[in-house]
Design a protein around this ligand. Structure first.
Ligand code: NVA
Length: 306
């Protein structure tokens, strides 16, 4: 069993399914007003190098609901790499708290923290992966379709969200059709790993440049921002590159039965129109809610069964 939750690809499909099942159970319990105190007395350190609404609030309230506590840390408070090294921060935190969630601009930093900490480290988004989002997405998809029958079309930027979605789909047997411009495909090593996982699960993973081809017959149409955190300077160039990749009513006319997904925040009028984001097919708030339940299950997993 891995110590950390850095990539869904580090975990077996069986373990991922168990985490999703527990997330569903925790969700049902919370709806009844029940908050099992499984992490009583445990502390989570949350380190964020980028802004965060969903990840921050869901981890913090998740810890509260499970009977634990969370501490917010940011670069201006602790200065990894300026005030002290990542190794020193990881080793100190390991003496005081039980688990760390880190959102780091560079994926290598979250890997370094995990290597140097003796406690579990959870990836709260990097420039390469967003595994907690992928778990919430699988929970959301699974609420509307058997995973083995789901057909998900991801339209737009093959970045962190698409990368983790491909790994989760590959592992859990979900068909994923990715439509991105040629220069914005997922990172080749991530895609290769997703294909390897798909060979074992029987998932179909395909890539095309054509969004219409990808969405035809899909049950879920998913998109993410065109310029991610840290890519703000490329925003103009990216708006041009992704011009034909907007999720709007015209595209959705080719997928009449599809639910619409977005990890949020959305850049309304860019990758998705407000009409679609706020429309009857949108399940983006279910995805956002499921961050809470999925991450509570991940926290329990790394702390109680690691
Ligand atoms: N791709 C986006 C995801 C935000 C949750 C970003 O990295 O900014």
């Amino acid at each position: 069993m891995p110590k950390d939750f850095i990539s869904v690809a580090d975990w077996s499909p069986e373990a991922l399914n168990e985490i999703l099942a527990r997330a569903g159970e925790l969700k049902a319990l919370l709806k009844k007003g029940e908050r099992p105190q499984t992490l009583q007395g445990r502390t989570l350190a949350m380190y964020f190098e980028h802004p965060s609404l969903r990840t921050h609030v869901t981890f913090e309230s998740g810890m509260t609901q499970l009977g634990g506590h969370a501490i917010f840390l940011s670069p201006d408070r602790i200065g990894i790499g300026t005030r002290e090294t990542a190794a020193d921060v990881a080793r100190n935190l390991s003496r005081w708290v039980d688990v760390i969630v880190a959102r780091t601009a560079s994926h290598s930093l979250v890997e370094d923290l995990a290597r140097m900490a003796s406690i579990p480290v959870i990836n709260g988004l990097t420039d390469r992966l967003h595994p907690c989002q992928a778990m919430a997405d699988m929970l959301t998809i699974g609420e509307r379709s058997a995973l083995a029958r789901a057909v998900v079309a991801f339209i737009g930027d093959g970045n962190n969200v698409a990368n983790s979605l491909a790994l989760a789909a590959g592992s859990l047997g979900v068909e994923l059709r990715l439509a991105t411009p040629r220069d914005y495909r997922p990172q080749p090593e991530v895609w290769r790993r997703a294909e390897e996982l798909a060979r074992a699960s029987g998932a179909r993973l395909t890539w095309t440049e054509d969004p219409v081809e990808a969405v035809k017959g899909a049950n879920f149409v998913y998109t993410d921002v065109w310029a991610s955190m840290g890519q703000e300077k490329e925003a103009e160039e990216r708006r041009r590159a992704f011009r034909d990749y907007q999720v709007n009513d015209a595209l959705l006319a080719h997928a009449p039965d599809a639910w619409v997904m977005h990890d949020l925040p959305a850049h309304r009028g860019e990758e998705i129109t407000s009409e679609v984001l706020d429309g009857p097919r949108s399940i983006v708030l279910d995805q956002a809610e499921n961050r809470l339940h999925a991450q509570k299950a991940v926290l329990e997993r790394v702390l109680l069964q690691g």
